[in-house]
Ligand binder design. Structure first.
Ligand code: HEC
Length: 158
C-alpha cells in the first residue's frame, strides 16, 4: 500500500478510537519545526533542567519542564516556568498572542520572543503539547531583597 494511504488509514483508525489530541492534530513536519525553534531559540537553555550546564545532554523527556535554578538580581528571584504546563492551559491562538506581547522580569528574553513569527510560535506550541507528562510547576518568584534558597545565580553588575 502507498505510504501516504497507510498513514491516512492509521490516523483514521486512531481518530476513530481516540479523541484527537494536539499531538496527533499537528503533523510531523510541524512538530520537527517546533523542536528546531525550541533548540535554536534557546528555550531549553533556561526552561529545561541542567540543559546549559550539561551542554545540552538533558534527555528530551525532561525538556521544557521548568527549572529550580533561581535567577537572583535587583528584580528579586525568578525561575524559568514549566512551559508544558503553560501550553497545556492555552489554545494555540492564545500562545501565539502571548509570544507576541509577553513581558517578564529578567533574564527571560521576552523582547526576542516578541519577534517570533506566528508560524514558528504555533509550531513551538504544538511541539510542547506533544511532549509527555507536564510534571511539576517551577518554584514561584521571590520579591526583591529576599535571599533565595540554593541553587541560584547572582546577577551582580560591576
Ligand atoms: C536566559 C533564560 C531564559 C531563556 C533563554 C528563555 N526563558 Fe522564558 N523565562 C525565563 C524566566 C526566568 C522566566 C520567568 C520570568 C518572570 O518570572 O518574570 C521566563 C518566563 C517565560 C514565559 C512566561 C511563563 C508564565 O508562566 O507566565 C514564557 C511563555 C517563556 N518564558 C517562554 C520562553 C520561550 C518560548 C523561550 C525560547 C524562545 C524562552 N522562554 C527562553 C528564562 C528564560
Amino acid at each position: 500500500m502507498h505510504p501516504v494511504t497507510t498513514r491516512a488509514l492509521a490516523l483514521g483508525i486512531a481518530g476513530a478510537l481516540l479523541p484527537l489530541t494536539p499531538a496527533l492534530a499537528a503533523d510531523a513536519e510541524t512538530l520537527e519545526r517546533g523542536r528546531y525553534v525550541n533548540i535554536i531559540g534557546g528555550c531549553n537553555d533556561c526552561h529545561t533542567p541542567d540543559y546549559a550546564l550539561s551542554e545540552g545532554q538533558t534527555p528530551e523527556a525532561r525538556w521544557l519542564t521548568g527549572d529550580v535554578l533561581g535567577w537572583h538580581g535587583p528584580w528579586g528571584t525568578t525561575y524559568a516556568p514549566n512551559l508544558r504546563l503553560k501550553a497545556a492551559a492555552m489554545s494555540v491562538e492564545e500562545w501565539v498572542e502571548m509570544s507576541r506581547t509577553l513581558r517578564t522580569r529578567p533574564p527571560m528574553p521576552w523582547f526576542n520572543l516578541n519577534q517570533m513569527s506566528a508560524e514558528d510560535a504555533a509550531a513551538l506550541y504544538h511541539y510542547i503539547r506533544s511532549l509527555g507528562e507536564p510534571g511539576e510547576p517551577a518554584p514561584a518568584a521571590l520579591p526583591p531583597g529576599e535571599t533565595p534558597p540554593v541553587p541560584y545565580a547572582d546577577f551582580v553588575v560591576k
